[in-house]
Design a protein around this ligand. Sequence first.
Ligand SMILES: [Mg+2]
Length: 304
Amino acid sequence: MKVKDGIIGLIIGDTLGVPVEFTSREALKEDPVTDMRGYGTYNMPPGTWSDDSALAIATMASIVNKQAIDYEDMMKEFVAWMKDGKYMQYHDTFDCGITTASGIYNYINGIEPINCGETSERDNGNGSLMRILPLAFIPDIDYESIENVSGLTHGHIRSKISCVFYIEIARSMLENDLTINEHIDLASNKIKEYYKDSGELHHFNRIFNDNLNDEDTISSKGYVIATFESVIYSLKTTDNYRDAVLRAVNLGRDTDTVAAICGGLAGIYYGYDAIPIDWIESIPKIDEVLELCERYEAYCDGCL
Ligand SMILES: [Mg+2]
């Protein structure tokens, strides 16, 4: 089952990163994350996921419930997450990003869902990229739908292109038996062609040109491009799921989101069986997510 490869991969990355979110790379070099930890930044027990997983799960739940991409319903689920802690293991929402909150409040205030995301250049955090993965499993998903789902909270074109680019890499991994570099090249060519008149492509040059080999030039902060570069760096410099997500976490700063986005691709690429089973079993309520993954996969199969 492909959905659980990616979604459990994402959730494990998130949970590994939560206890050390905002920790510097230097501090993590002294005390690297090598296994599931608890407490730390948010003082939550081991295996606690955050906004990244919750909003990806909310996205899947909405699509399963409506048997369609329904922007209005998706937004209602995001509101329930922010206000009531729905989709959080302890019904306690933490780690909500500023731009994400702003988009959700825009919806509460009556704005049309696909126009809720803020559109200034400063609103290009990684908050839509971290929750977009479920769309990769929908056969023939179109770019406009991906852009619109980003636009619920992140409406700037750079965030939208990042989401489409990420989904293209994931789709290539789902459809083709290639190396990581080949998957990225294939996706890059599609993005360069489709967005050639966007004026945005130069922001992605380091990913396009495979210029991500020096860790000192990789910033693992919350800016969507910095996050994306960190994810690709972590994938390219490792050869298994465990090392990929641990590399992402140990880059520091936005540890949970970088590792979640990395873990989604690493899960698809290496497969569910490559994810350490003791990590999966350490996550409260993971059975509910696995069950949702099954229902989501059935929806996706039905779209064929
Ligand atoms: Mg988070």
